[in-house]
Ligand binder design. Sequence first.
Ligand code: HEC
Length: 144
Amino acid sequence: MKCRAIFLLLSGIFALLISINTACEFNPHRQGQWLYESHCANCHMEDGTGLANIIPSLHQSPLLRNETIHQTACLIRYGIRTPDPLNPEEEIYPMPPIPDLSKTEISNILNYIGNHFDNRAGYINPVELNSILSQCPNATERKW
Ligand code: HEC
């Protein structure tokens, strides 16, 4: 009987420790993830897989590498329209600009997607982002 009480007490403490540990789980990209889910996931999907032939997948994306991540910053602020090769006046399916996101919010999103979905882009801070955004080509002239 005594042993059983001790066992129950110990399992209670164990369960408590597990739940505390889960609640405190370290997540350095919490705001980035939240912003991604509210601004991007409706198109690119919560797991970043996109939508076949319409919305590109963000997994191992060529635009989420150290040397290209600045293009994605411009793309979030100004949108992107890849012209349809058969009809250059029309874009295939544009990504709309999201001008309301602040520089801190854009850098948090970049740091989240740049280090998730099998990407390894490193980190960008809002000061770097400031100079990146000031050098963005005009959205309508973009060709990548
Ligand atoms: C309305 C749908 C939509 C939303 C919302 C959206 N995107 Fe996109 N995204 C697209 C489309 C469509 C493209 C391809 C555009 C093209 O090439 O013309 C694209 C392209 C991209 C690319 C380039 C991928 C590649 O390999 O070419 C990245 C990176 C990206 N989006 C990230 C984001 C992020 C981050 C957000 C949120 C801040 C976001 N997108 C919100 C539709 C969307």
